[in-house]
Design a protein around this ligand. Sequence first.
Ligand code: ADP
Ligand code: MG
Length: 256
Amino acid sequence: MTNPATQTWGGTAGVPAIDVRDLHKSFGSHEVLTGIDFRVALGEVVCVIGPSGSGKSTLLRCINRLEDPTSGQILIEGVDVTHPDAELDQIRTRIGMVFQQFNLFPHMTVLRNLCIAQQRVKRRSKAEAVEIARANLVKVGLAEKEDAYPAHLSGGQQQRVAIARALSMDPDMMLFDEPTSALDPELVGDVLAIMRELAAEGMTMMVVTHEMGFAREVGDRLVFMDGGVIVEEGDPRSVLAEPRHERTKAFLSKVL
Ligand code: ADP
Ligand code: MG
């Protein structure tokens, strides 16, 4: 019998990119995710909104296995990443993650930040890693910053570097956890523009965000979470314009 944790990777038509089944996650006696079921199709952009503490970050962190789910199942491209034999390093190279705090190494140049995981995890040669890093810096509009240290960049530039770093691992999908929440308002647009471009290129994306304009225009689907469950999901325009549930209405009335 095939071991579901070691079966070959690669998107297959008809198999969801992400398939979350009855996911529960507790910290001690606090159940933070109380039964999450949803799927993300190949190339789909799903935006996730919800009040602080509703479990959005925990959900993303369970998907790339930064957290251990308490129960339930998560399949990435059909591979069970919650299986005890799941190879976590391999899973994480498939799933790019971008955080609110950019998490760049402060003592390394931009180029080095983009190369280190490529060399250590992907086992790429330095020359190959540099070539891929440079191509991704061009993509995020920061080709001229390869020798800069993170502290000398604006928050928006640091976040673009973090996106380029994630892309340099050739992920099949990208998870964004409030990527613009730590940025000054005038820097948000550049980061969203890159995410919009990635979406247009067909990248599978889950984006936790408070940017309702982005969710409306770029999202294929909008998910509203509250209290560790998905309360409502659907076409972003419909959910934003005509939320069905009281909790969604109450949340949107505060943020729109
Ligand atoms: P959101 O991203 O929607 O704001 P989180 O997923 O960060 O929500 O957190 C959901 C709940 O889980 C919060 O009550 C938070 O305090 C709790 N929580 C998150 N991570 C941990 C942890 N490592 N240990 C204990 N509690 C946690
Ligand atoms: Mg969060």
